[in-house]
Design a protein around this ligand. Sequence first.
Ligand SMILES: [Zn+2]
Length: 163
Amino acid sequence: MPTLVAASRGGRALPMIADFLTGIYALVIVLGVYFLPLVIAVNRKVPNVGSVAVINVFLGWTLVGWVIALAMALRSVPKKPELVPETPKTATAQAISPSGLMYRECPHCKEQMRRDASVCPHCQRDSDPWSKDGDRWWQLQDGERRYWDEQTQQWTKLPIART
Ligand SMILES: [Zn+2]
């Protein structure tokens, strides 16, 4: 009876394929859960990814190892220091070098140069140097002293009273 044979063959083959697929599916899930700590650690960019990987791979089959790996993966990540935005070169004359020297903007090339310098190190051109009176910078403009207001970044005719 050929029809019966064919039916029975098909009847066996289909469950086998189904079992196979179920097996792979289950394996993927098990592996996914097994390596969950490592996946979390990589995604969170924790600093000890290597340790998490070792514990996860070699001790993950013990529940304790897996839990430890998970705990390490979930550990709080130390915050990276936020990048300080670079001050635009053209912005201000407020830049202070690490050595404490005050800088101003070269009127010719807009690069930063020392306030008390008259020759720009970048374009080698001359400009009127600033002078210092106490902690205030001033420059002769139109025959008068003009003081540099660090707050407003502008020249003022009169020095603001120091507090
Ligand atoms: Zn210059």
